[in-house]
Design a protein around this ligand. Structure first.
Ligand code: ZN
Ligand code: ZN
Length: 349
């Protein structure tokens, strides 16, 4: 029997620490499962919510956290295929499955989408209630912390590189921004068979990490003009694919300028400024494709779990810091202030 109350990290106001509170364990509906949480990844969005207030939550107080992994503790009456004790990570966007976007194959932009920890009670608690259809089975060989970060930090660049720009073996790729998403994009590009992975970032320590993760060439834009360097590294032609993980006008424009005739650009970085790129005379004649990429699909998360279980994708090193739930505010501080330069910070439960 699951207990009736649990500890949860609750968000009340911007720039206030999360409060660790005892709240009732939520009840499950007939198509839901109760997950006993084992790990939750923290994400840039959590920093935005807590310290910047740029991502408003649907209600307050709310339990934050949208990268969950845990063990099934109870199942609703109509749930099939899941039993107590099963290990799982969770697709953090709840999708309806019946709106136009879901039917068209884009559950990531479901019209009725609810994200855990933003529009619905989240993962930074001892227990979490989610629809059974959001669960992805986690084999013993994949640690809970890895399962947790797969659900967003890895799944987001995976969706961009596989579903959106469909990077193919032998192609060249430029990645702008070597934060958590960009670093994982390097690994994914290598897995997909990219012939050359070029990474642009103004932080030398991130560029070193990029090289460790398999980047063939790294460019610091403070020292070298990135478009010129990319053209030079590709025989003057440009890369087949450029991926933007920053969300700035300048880097988006540089992506477009860096691609070959018929090249594809995918933007993952979020930002407030309008996109200004090359004139249509260039954009049209070069037949450039410019794509936005938001979130991920359940299928992508399943594939990443498989890649991780088989050892083809090594993600343990991405989790540079872990903290118990009781230290969640320290964990957020590490991420916000980039203390010890974390890649991903996970909370264990
Ligand atoms: Zn996130
Ligand atoms: Zn939908």
């Amino acid at each position: 029997m699951a207990p009736t109350s649990m500890t949860a990290a609750r968000f009340y106001e911007v720039n206030e620490p999360l409060r660790l509170e005892e709240i009732p364990v939520p009840e499950i509906q007939e198509d839901e499962v109760l997950l006993q949480m084992k790990a939750a990844g923290l994400c840039g969005s959590d920093v935005h919510i807590v310290f910047e207030g740029v991502t408003p939550t649907a209600f307050k107080p709310i339990t934050l956290g949208h990268e969950p992994a845990g063990v099934v503790a109870a199942t609703g009456r109509r749930v099939e295929g899941w039993e107590e004790g099963d290990r799982a990570c969770v697709v953090p966007g709840l999708f309806c499955g019946s709106c136009q976007n879901c039917v068209m194959g884009f559950p990531n932009i479901c019209l009725n989408r609810k994200i855990l920890g933003i529009q619905r009670e989240g993962a930074l608690a001892k227990y979490l209630v989610v629809p059974a259809k959001n669960l992805v089975r986690l084999p013993e060989s994949v640690p809970f912390t890895v399962g947790a970060i797969i659900t967003d930090a890895v799944a987001t660049p995976f969706y961009a590189m596989t579903e959106r720009v469909a990077l193919r073996a032998g192609e060249t790729v430029a990645i702008f921004g070597a934060g958590g998403l960009g670093l994982h994009a390097i690994q994914i590009s290598r897995l997909l068979g990219a012939a050359k992975v070029i990474v642009v970032d103004p932080r030398d320590d991130q560029l070193e990490r990029a090289r460790n993760m398999g980047a063939d060439l790294t460019i610091n834009p403070a020292e070298t003009q990135p478009v010129e360097a990319i053209l030079e590294a590709t025989g003057g032609l440009g890369v087949d694919v450029a991926a933007e993980f920053v969300g700035l006008q300048q880097t988006i424009s540089q992506c477009v300028e860096s691609v070959v005739m018929g090249g594809r650009v995918v933007i993952v970085g979020l930002g407030p400024d309008p996109i200004h790129i090359v004139p249509p005379t260039v954009f049209v004649r070069k037949q450039i494709a410019l794509l936005g990429s938001y979130g991920f699909t359940k299928r992508g998360i399943e594939q990443l779990v498989e890649l991780s279980a088989s050892g083809k994708l090594k993600l343990e090193e991405s989790i540079t810091h872990t903290f118990p739930l009781e230290e969640v505010n320290t964990a957020l501080k590490y991420l916000h202030e980039k203390i010890e330069n974390p890649i991903r910070v996970a909370v264990t439960l």
